[in-house]
Structures are given as structure tokens and as C-alpha cells.
Design a protein around this ligand. Sequence first.
Ligand SMILES: Nc1ncnc2c1ncn2[C@@H]1O[C@H](COP(=O)(O)OP(=O)(O)OP(=O)(O)O)[C@@H](O)[C@H]1O
Ligand SMILES: [Mg+2]
Length: 262
Amino acid sequence: MQIVSVSSLKGGVGKSSVTLGLASAALQEGVPTLVVDLDPHADATTGLGVRARHGHDVGEVLARPRRGALEKVLMASSWAVQEGRDSKALDVAPGSARSSRFDRSDYRDKDLGRLERALAGTAGYELVLVDCPPTLSALTRTAWAASDKVLSVAEPSLFSVAGTKRTMTAIAQFEQSRTWAVPAAGVVVNKVRHSSAEHRHRLDELAELFGPLLVDPVLPDLPVWQQAQGAAWPIHRWPGGEARDLAGRYTALLRGLLGRSA
Ligand SMILES: Nc1ncnc2c1ncn2[C@@H]1O[C@H](COP(=O)(O)OP(=O)(O)OP(=O)(O)O)[C@@H](O)[C@H]1O
Ligand SMILES: [Mg+2]
């Protein structure tokens, strides 16, 4: 089971979108996947066509992170249900505002093990994707502590390049200061417009700063993504050439993550 956090200390860059795109690719490829929605705004949960039942959400799991606590809140994504897939094809640990009480800057180190503990009893998934809030809070660190890999999402813009630097520095510091190691990090570049000189300049800058950590391919800025998300529909099933392009890129990202050849 590979646990991947999708993270960025800057808001709105596409963390939830990358989570959803990878989940869509995983469903297409038949990779049993669990999405854990740590963001109190629960956008990934909404995008997967799920709504948390009261008391059955990530906030509850974090409050009582016993073995088996996660299983009790899991729901099948409507994407998998529509396709008539078996259980565990694509499941969601739904987010809700209740997890915001863990979204704080003062915390004890031992609190950061809550998700790791809850995940320990979870079996049957090849991939776990954790969608994080855009802050360096206890919630984000809780995700990192449970993860094998952190994907940091960046846009080709000045503020996002700066935000990515902050994120990568924070991950490095987290590794040094903790008993939990985060062995791998990568930078996914989203919302790219190759026609924009500014974007091309920022892409070069990201390549210079992060070199081999930059994940290939980059993800283009395509309005079709917002349409598919608005319909809570997987990008791999959305019609048209642009959706196919985006879907193919997410499949390539997924295969890279899982170490599978193209
Ligand atoms: N490649 C893309 N092309 C077009 N629109 C995109 C793309 N990626 C994301 N978006 C849009 O940008 C907006 C922000 O994306 P998203 O919610 O995924 O970001 P986020 O980093 O999760 O935000 P937050 O910090 O609020 O959690 C959404 O409206 C989403 O549909
Ligand atoms: Mg989000």
C-alpha cells in the first residue's frame, strides 16, 4: 500500500484536483484506492460524489484513531458505484468541517501519528491519496507523518514558486525533526499555459529549483476540468479531446507514482 499526500502551503493551486485526477486514473487502471480527505472544506469528497454522514468522517477518525476506526467511516465513491465496481475499487474517508479542530499550529508531536495509526489496520488498497489543507498545520503534518510520498502541487506563477519553496523546505525540516521519515517528495506543476511567456519562464524557474523532483508530465490549464468536477465526474469518463489529454496525463502520473512503465 503506497500512501501519497497531495499538499501545498498555497491555496487554490490544484491539490484537490490532482487528488481527483489520480483517483480517476486509479479507477480506470483498476488500482484499488482510498482517498482520505483531510481538508475541512472537503472538496475532494464532493468531487467524488460523496457526503459524510454525521459522525462518520475523518474528524471522527482523528479524534479516536483506533485500529479499524477508518473502516467505519469509509464510503464508496459514486464513480465506482456507477461503474458497478467491487468494493474497495475507489473508497473515500470523507472530510468535513469537524477535522478543522485538528487544523492548528500548536500540537504535540505524538498527535501527528493519528492518521498513521488509523491507517495501520486498513487493508485491500494499493494506493491511498491524502488531500491536504493549504496550511502547514497539524493536519498537514499528520498527513506527511503517515505518507510514503508527498506530492507538492505548484502553478507556474511567482507566488506559487515561492509557496513551493516553502513547502519543500517544510518537508525537509519535517524529515529532520521527526522520527517519521517522509522518504520522497515530488512537485506536480498544474494549470500550465504553454502559450504564456510568464508560464514558460516560471516552468524554467521550477526546473532550476527542483530539477529531478519535478514530476512529468505537467498538467495544462483546461476549463473542461472544472466542468467535470462540477458534475462530480471522473475526468477519464468525460467526453472530448481535452479531457482525454488531461486523463492521459493523470494516468502517466499515476503510473510514475506506482513505478509502473507507461
Ligand atoms: N488544470 C486545471 N485546469 C483548469 N482548472 C483547474 C485545473 N486545476 C484546478 N483547476 C481549478 O482551480 C480551482 C482550484 O483547484 P483546487 O480546488 O483543486 O485547488 P486546491 O489547491 O485544492 O484548493 P484549496 O487550497 O482551496 O484546497 C478549482 O476551481 C479547479 O477546478
Ligand atoms: Mg483543496
